[in-house]
Design a protein around this ligand. Sequence first.
Ligand SMILES: CC(C)(CNC(=O)c1ccc(Oc2ccccc2)cc1)c1ccc2c(N)nc(N)nc2n1
Length: 332
Amino acid sequence: MKKSEAEKRIKELRELINYHNKQYYVYDNPVISDAEYDKLMRELEELERKFPELVTPDSPTQRVGGEPLPYFTQVVHRVPMMSLSNAFDEGELRDFHRRVTEVVGNDVEYVVELKIDGLAVSITYENGIYKTAATRGDGEVGEDVTQNVKTIKSVPLKLDFPPDKSPAILEVRGEVYLPKEDFRKLNEEREEQGLPLFANPRNAAAGSLRQLDPKVTAKRPLAVFIYGLGYAEGIEFETHYEALQFFKRIGLRVNPHIVLFDKFDDVVDYCLSWNEKRHELPYEIDGMVIKVNSLEQQRLLGSTAKSPRWAIAYKFPAEQKTTVIKDIIVRV
Ligand SMILES: CC(C)(CNC(=O)c1ccc(Oc2ccccc2)cc1)c1ccc2c(N)nc(N)nc2n1
């Protein structure tokens, strides 16, 4: 095959593979079989082997990065990654709502999201191409985990911008997690190998993401849900819900159980309902997150040094298990 034909076919294959990744990971609606998908990947890998000069960093074949790192470099977040204040019961939830309405009045909508029990990451795309990823760290400075996050199949390496909206820089935040079933299997393998077990999926995700060798991370079936905007150049949103819809449209994986409410009683009912329903989810959640939808109202409410006044986490009552102590995250 001539180089020009290879170039054309490589472009086609990348677009096809990106499309099928979006169908599978973002819309949970694959339209080809795994075997057919693998065939496309193999053809692309074969062509890139024949024409290595045609390989680009955003090619779907470039997920498992380079050599192990000696250490993680630090990344200063353009916008701090804040934490959430907590509400532990309905009363505290209603106190939050009262504080909000005292500032912005009664015409307020809320977006309610699951609080995935994983670890927070920030992912930056430049002109729609995956660029960097960092852990939350202390909120101001995190660890550069670009190579490791790149191995997560539900993280797109190229965003699908519509012609009228293509931000030069888009930095989003989300939660990296390990699904329950994969956590169980991982601990089963570790037991067989006589290795220490992970205490819970969150620790397993953290331990997997903080690996210095991306080939180890690549073996861990991590996943991500994007839940917020960090920083953007070249695009503006009026509401949080609009931002989430845009994220989904361009290929970022957003949780399917996010709901917009305009009555706080419905927010409360929805939060309480998930204390039971969560046991059927394929991943662990430790609560719900309630956010004022209007970005203008968010600005009016502002933030404390630590957390926004326009969002709160509703934590489920701790199950009668061993007391939850702050787990020490180790790299194993
Ligand atoms: C709401 C926010 C705290 C993110 N937002 C921010 O980190 C943030 C940071 C600076 C902001 O504005 C500032 C900009 C510049 C300076 C200071 C504040 C606004 C939001 C948050 C935190 C954890 C979440 C979680 N585990 N699950 C879900 N589903 N949502 C979550 N949302």
